[in-house]
Design a binder for this molecule. Structure first.
Ligand code: SF4
Ligand code: SF4
Length: 302
């Protein structure tokens, strides 16, 4: 079974489902959304992050590297990615934490032990564990195993997904899942492809299939100024959610905040986000009213 690559574990999370939660972030995502605030979640491989401003040019990383992939320059350190085997020894040796490795393979037992430690907070608050990403459904066998184990312990389990996965896989995992946090970016297929890199037909069909099975679903809409905050996009999203089988669902609006810049720099990459902006209060209110017109309750936040 494929062990998941985990890039973060957040304790005391209050935005990833009901109550206080532990959120486990899996690395690897089939989408590449322009606004992604966790760009390190996209690659399904371990990555080396580097913060230039923290580097004091001590040369420790170069000294310990087993393949001579690090080279000291007059300004800082450069890594030859063709040579680097992502062993992480440079990160361990760096005295200023200028180097970090993102992604660690975790076993079911390891993650269960972490989850169980949070149990008192779950019990007091009606919380539980949320598997997020990246895309947790890239690891379906692992998910079934850990969801089943959590369920046997009476721990509430949520999955935060893009929905871009085979329908059969999604419905199988749904049998072990208490709640889906299902991201709906855009209904317009051309726009969806342009901003996320993939078509949305499967995502929309999967949401319909999941709703048809009676799954508990909270639809989450990342609201990105300049991308999907226009009247046409909002009305299309509201109409789609309202047309889903089953009871009327709560909709969470997640307004865009430009917080990924620092992470892009650490990854040695750049994105042009100049056309994106944070939606203002007036826009948020307008969106809530549009959803209300379709009999849906939308609110801002997780
Ligand atoms: S991760 Fe390992 S191989 Fe890569 S630069 Fe660091 S020490 Fe060298
Ligand atoms: S060990 Fe850290 S601080 Fe020293 S040269 Fe390497 S990256 Fe810079």
């Amino acid at each position: 079974m494929l062990k998941p690559l985990v890039f973060d574990i957040k304790r005391y999370s209050i935005n990833d489902g009901p109550g206080i939660r532990a959120t486990i972030f899996f690395k690897g995502c089939p989408l590449n959304c322009l606004w992604c605030h966790n760009p390190e979640s996209i690659s399904p491989q371990v990555q080396k992050l580097f913060t230039t401003s923290k580097c004091i040019r001590c040369g420790e990383c170069c000294r310990v590297c087993p393949v001579n992939a690090c080279r000291l320059t007059p300004e800082s350190v450069v890594t030859d990615n063709d040579l680097c085997i992502l062993c992480g020894q440079c990160a361990e040796a760096c005295p200023t934490l200028a180097i970090e490795m993102s992604g660690r393979y975790r076993s079911t037992e390891e993650l269960l032990a972490i989850i169980k430690k949070e149990r008192p907070f779950f019990d007091q608050s009606g919380g539980g564990v949320t598997f997020s990403g990246g895309e947790p459904l890239l690891y379906p066998e692992f998910l079934v195993e850990i969801l089943d184990a959590c369920r046997k312990q009476g721990i509430h389990c949520a999955i935060d997904t893009s929905g871009f996965v085979e329908t059969e896989t999604l419905l199988k995992v749904a049998q072990y899942t208490d709640l889906f946090l299902y991201d709906l970016k855009m209904v317009d297929p051309e726009k969806h492809k342009r901003y996320t890199g993939v078509a949305n037909r499967l995502i929309l069909e999967n949401l319909q299939a999941l709703a048809g099975e009676g799954a508990d679903i909270q639809v989450r809409i990342p609201l990105i100024g300049g991308v999907n905050d226009d009247e046409g996009s909002i009305v299309a999203a509201a109409a789609f959610v309202a047309s889903l089988p089953g009871e009327k669902r709560l909709v969470s609006l997640l307004p865009f905040h430009d917080v990924a810049g620092g992470k892009d720099e650490k990854l040695g990459q750049a994105r042009d986000l100049s056309a994106l902006y944070e939606p203002d209060q007036e826009t948020l209110q307008r969106v809530i009213e549009v959803f209300s017109g379709y009999g849906l309750t939308a609110s801002v936040g997780g």
